[in-house]
Design a protein around this ligand. Structure first.
Ligand SMILES: NC(=O)c1ccc[n+]([C@@H]2O[C@H](COP(=O)([O-])OP(=O)(O)OC[C@H]3O[C@@H](n4cnc5c(N)ncnc54)[C@H](O)[C@@H]3O)[C@@H](O)[C@H]2O)c1
Length: 326
């Protein structure tokens, strides 16, 4: 580790979609950044070369040892098993990362005197459809093991804050989208639509297409995290969303227009485990840090599609050169 007067940040999951873009913002803001990631879904090439990289599973005791030895000023904990379906099929495997390893990080951070612990929680997974747009103070309804784990870690964080003074912040992201989101997983409908439309494949829309989500651009999410960091000592739980709902059929139309895609969607069965509507109220974060989302959905979709067009290599098949939007 080089000797420097720069503050040291640890980013778990820093090779992932959101984490790798947070790393870049932290480097720009003058932090020395260390990434710990097991590359299960992240990519080494997404990690900025100015950041140090340790390939390690967060469940390893070496990670706690590292935190106790290096005493980072801030820990940004984004590493997670992110598939809700996997959490339903394999709750124990999910809990090994999303509960036990996460708790291990919090415990080590607390013992090391870390000045800020930021946890990537999920507004969508915890939201109760009876309260829309959902506020942080509304009753939560964690229905999947993924959501139960997110809520459990929020509560452990609150415990460490009360008991040991760890400055713990939970950030409940809405549906994040943008460049680098993995279209092979189940998580990002926008990355799935972008990659398939660019390959001119037929897409499936589940249910009526009237389901709504609060789509927030990754750059705005990184901005929200940075706004929290700019307030020393801030703790608590903060929604990160736009407050706007977009339904899947409208999303499909907007993306089809940008990519010149003309195929009609196949109808799939409705997903019983997913809510019909989801939207977050992020006015708490706005009041406390002044953060507001800046990127409108049409601009964010365009940026995302341009990124996929230039950077995404499908495992099978070829990209159709649908460049009408350029
Ligand atoms: N993308 C969203 O819409 C969204 C919404 C709410 C919350 N979140 C949360 O934000 C965080 C980042 O998600 P993302 O969308 O960037 O996903 P991602 O899969 O791109 O990033 C997760 C990263 O963690 C790494 N990782 C996974 N398990 C690990 C382990 N055991 N040890 C070390 N590294 C491990 C992966 O390799 C990957 O680089 C996650 O905690 C996720 O639950 C994301």
């Amino acid at each position: 580790m080089p000797h420097s007067h720069k503050p040291l940040a640890l980013v778990t999951g820093g090779a992932g979609f959101i984490g790798s873009q947070l790393v870049e913002a932290l480097l720009t803001a003058g932090w020395h950044v260390v990434v710990i990631d097991n590359l299960s879904s992240g990519k080494r090439k997404f990690v900025h070369p100015a950041a140090a990289f340790i390939k390690q599973d967060i469940a390893s005791p070496k990670v706690s040892e590292w935190i106790l030895r290096m005493k980072p000023k801030a820990v940004f904990h984004l590493a997670a098993q992110i598939s809700v379906n996997t959490s339903i099929k394999e709750p124990i495997r999910d809990a090994e990362t999303n509960v036990m390893a996460s708790l291990g990080l919090i415990d080590a951070a607390s013992r090391a005197g870390v000045e800020r612990f930021v946890f990537a929680s999920s507004g969508g997974a915890l939201a109760n459809e009876q309260y829309l747009p959902t506020k942080e103070t509304d009753p939560v309804e964690p229905l999947s093991p993924y959501a139960i784990a997110k809520y459990t870690i929020e509560r452990y964080g609150a415990f460490y804050r009360e008991q040991y003074g760890l400055p713990f912040v939970s950030m409940r992201f809405a549906n994040v989208y943008g460049p680098r989101q993995n279209p092979e997983g189940e998580a990002g409908v926008i990355s799935i639509f972008a990659s398939r439309m660019l390959m001119n494949e037929t897409l499936q829309v589940n249910g009526t297409g009237k389901q709504t989500r609060d789509f927030v651009f990754v750059e705005d999410v990184v901005g929200a995290i940075m706004s929290v960091i700019a307030k020393p000592g801030l703790t608590g739980t903060f929604n990160v969303g736009t407050g706007k709902e977009t339904d899947i059929a409208t999303l499909y139309k907007k993306m089809a227009k940008i990519t010149c895609y003309r195929k009609k969607a196949k109808k799939g069965p409705a997903d019983k485990n997913a809510p019909m509507r989801s939207v977050l109220n992020a006015s708490h974060l706005h009041q406390v840090t002044g953060w507001k989302p800046k990127v409108k959905i049409d601009d964010g979709l365009r940026q995302t599609i341009i990124w996929f067009e230039a950077n995404w290599k499908p495992k099978k098949g070829v990209m159709a050169a649908l460049r009408c939007f350029l």
